[in-house]
Design a protein around this ligand. Sequence first.
Ligand SMILES: NC(=O)c1ccc[n+]([C@@H]2O[C@H](COP(=O)([O-])OP(=O)(O)OC[C@H]3O[C@@H](n4cnc5c(N)ncnc54)[C@H](O)[C@@H]3O)[C@@H](O)[C@H]2O)c1
Length: 369
Amino acid sequence: MKTVHVALGARAYDVQIGAGVLENAGEMLLPLLPRKRVVIVSDDTVAKAHLGALQAVLETSGIAWESLTLPPGEATKCWRELEHVVEWLLARKVERRDVVVALGGGVIGDLVGFAAAILRRGVRFVQIPTSLLAQVDSSVGGKTGINSPSGKNLVGAFHQPSLVLADIAVLDTLTDRDFLAGYGEVVKYGLLGDATFFDWLESNADAIRRRDRAALTHAVGRSVEMKAEIVARDETEQGDRALLNLGHTFCHALESATGYSDRLLHGEGVAIGCGLAFELSSRLGLCAQEDPSRLRAHLKQMGMKVDLADIPGDLPSAEALYALMGQDKKVLDGAIRFILARGIGQAFVTADVPRETVLAVLEDGLRRR
Ligand SMILES: NC(=O)c1ccc[n+]([C@@H]2O[C@H](COP(=O)([O-])OP(=O)(O)OC[C@H]3O[C@@H](n4cnc5c(N)ncnc54)[C@H](O)[C@@H]3O)[C@@H](O)[C@H]2O)c1
């Protein structure tokens, strides 16, 4: 079991990580509860696998619960489901001192966190992330929100959870594809700031693929430590927090080009995007030519999507992909900000990247399809 503290002054909280964390959920929630009840929001898939166990643990601690389950999938992060959740919480007479529990992947965490942020101008919430992506990324740091017809994650708020319970054992029920997509974000942490962690991931690839619990506790723990440290330095993304977007400018263009569909999951796009960011860094003479090859070899070793060629179906031209990158919400004053690297573990933010070099990297990737 590992505890990571997110040092945000009055909004500080702990992330508890390990196999079996949920067995102690009642005890860990009790100090947050002036009255012994919680409301839980989950999705149908997660609820079927894990809600019963959570409810049983809460009952053992004398905590009453009510729960709402929503359809799984990205489409749930929408205005209609936001209204649904908020009205459901109001009907349950959830007050400001109460605690709302988000049990699920990033979709549930983002939606329920946003509902908690706007309900009565802010109620507390606890994240129980159940996907690998949610455990290492979306449940920590307080970004909450929904998608709008105009784009992904365009409506939201910063609202930090009061506690995060990341139980490694719940990852057993994830599909291989969702598991590996989440792993894309784990690799990102090694690439952006910790070469030793990347070495460790390479050496422990088999154990991670087998979902060995000790290996996963270390991988999730180190990822969360890095995220917590960056978020504590830059909560609202004025500077360093942008490093967490390594691979994401490419990823967002690819997600948009594939219609946010099953053709490409977010974490898969992040892994491919990290590969493109390293390729770009190498062509700009910033990092060694071996670095992008080493990254691709590791992603292959894990059985992941590595290249543009691994995305099924047609993709638009390099020019069109570049235009989509320009629509990323992290664009500042019209300049696309890239996260590039001087080597594995040494990422930095820059807007000073020649358009032609980006186009050349994309064209070469598309040519290999
Ligand atoms: N807030 C942030 O900082 C942040 C960061 C990264 C991503 N995100 C958001 O996170 C979302 C993606 O998260 P995700 O990949 O977790 O998606 P998700 O919540 O849709 O979960 C993926 C799938 O796995 C299923 N699932 C989750 N846990 C399971 C379990 N233990 N067993 C079986 N099935 C399980 C879900 O039902 C779903 O079908 C996106 O909307 C993205 O924008 C937010």
